[in-house]
Design a protein around this ligand. Structure first.
Ligand code: ZN
Length: 415
């Protein structure tokens, strides 16, 4: 290869590569979510406005629901529609910076990308009276130049964890609601639905603005019904930037966790913000157990193994063990509901699992059974490792136990 071409390629790679990997992909030093908290919060954000046609409709929907959000606005559009910036402020929303003009950082000269952030911030400060606190570049794509400008202005970069896809041609309002709330995709696939502490990205301009405005009444009502408290990013508790120590967990979730989910056909019981259970149907492995309701469950009986949603549990745990207990307790009716609503689970006689959280599970109705020593040592080592990987504080050295709740007890307490 021509040495000049090779040099140019290397320089381009150094300019685009690390920012993409470190900031956009891994989220290092970028705010992606708040901590889980006892009151499940959700960051609501809208990009690309203000737009005279769609921004007012988005604002109407938010006002109707009594909710506030963060708007990542473009300086160019803000200058053209100062009345919309005034309305955003009057209605208590948070103003943040998306840039001056909507162009991907990769296709701009570094000096231009740098100046764009400064210019956008300047006009926002002029219109709003205070400088913006948060910055999200167009397409969530960073370059060294934009990051340097953000640092100079003291702006905190904010990404998202849930993409509503309101801009996407395959998504109507209903598809947006299902994607954000349950993680179901129009093609039939599944991703993770909204979890406590997540930040959702939508749009209040362009085609996304129209879809978002139409989706919002149902979306906000459903989030509320599930126990979420949507709010602006700046009002989320425990806002924190991505760190190196988050990366092993993310790699684990993306690979090992997904692999086991497929292997064991684990299904979500995502009925609300607090839901932490997932289940996999299969015969009860034994031993035979006298259950709380008086009957007996034999090995081979129709059963469902309980798995925890590790990420949700980790977020609840960050907020303290009382919160973790509350999440468990509120998830118990999910099991009864699954028995009623999912035909393939209708004959399940017992929900069982192996858990370290015995002290939490016993008060909500689970029976505890000792495991054989070899099995509990093996499982215990593995489970303590996972607990630490997900960011849990070290537990005292307890062995896991078999925990179970039979159908009659479950329905009597939570049906
Ligand atoms: Zn944008």
């Amino acid at each position: 290869m021509n040495p000049w071409a090779a040099g140019a390629l290397l320089a381009a790679g150094a300019y685009w590569g690390p920012p993409y990997l470190l900031w956009q992909w891994w989220g290092l030093s970028v705010v992606q979510r708040g901590l889980g908290s006892a009151r499940p919060e959700l960051g609501l954000t809208f990009d690309d406005g203000p737009d005279p046609e769609t921004t007012p409709r988005v604002l109407d929907a938010l006002a109707e629901a009594g909710m506030r959000a963060t708007f990542f606005v473009l300086g160019e559009r803000a200058e053209a529609h100062p009345e919309l910036i005034a309305r955003l402020q009057d209605e208590g929303h948070e103003l943040a910076l998306h840039g001056w003009r909507h162009r991907h950082g990769w296709v701009r000269a570094p000096a231009e990308a740098y100046a764009d952030v400064l210019r956008g911030a300047r006009i926002l400060e002029k219109l709003a009276g205070t400088p913006p606190r948060f910055f999200r570049p167009p397409h969530g794509a960073y370059t060294w130049a934009q990051q340097a400008a953000a640092r100079r202005l003291g702006l905190t970069p904010v990404h998202w964890t849930v993409e509503a896809h309101d801009w996407h041609p395959a998504y109507g309002p209903e598809a947006v609601v299902r994607r954000v709330v349950e993680g179901t995709l129009p093609g039939g696939g599944r991703i993770e639905g909204a979890m406590p502490g997540d930040i959702v990205v939508m749009h209040d301009a362009g085609p996304g603005g129209r879809t978002a405005a139409e989706a919002l009444p149902e979306l906000l009502a459903e989030l509320k019904a599930r126990g979420f408290h949507p709010k602006p990013v700046g009002a989320l508790r425990g806002l924190r930037r991505g760190e190196w120590r988050d990366l092993p967990k993310r790699a684990w979730v993306a690979t090992v966790d997904r692999f086991f989910d497929r292997l064991y056909h684990v299904e979500e019981l995502n009925y609300g913000a607090h839901s932490v259970f997932r289940v996999a149907k299969g015969p009860f492995p034994g031993p035979a157990v006298e259950v709380a309701s008086g009957g007996r469950v034999e090995p081979g009986a129709p059963a469902a193994e309980l798995h925890l949603h590790s990420e949700r549990m980790a977020r609840a745990g960050e907020a303290g063990s009382l919160t973790a207990f509350r999440f468990f307790k509120r998830s118990m009716p999910d099991l009864a509901r699954a028995l009623r609503e999912r035909p393939h689970l209708a004959d399940v006689e017992v929900f069982w699992g192996v858990s370290l959280f015995q002290e939490i599970l016993e008060p909500v109705g689970f029976q505890l059974v000792e495991l054989p020593p070899a099995r509990r040592r093996f499982l215990g080592t593995y489970m303590h490792f996972l607990h630490r990987l997900y960011g849990g504080t070290p537990l005292k050295r307890i062995w896991p136990k078999l925990v179970l709740i039979d159908r009659a007890t479950l329905l009597e307490r939570y049906g």
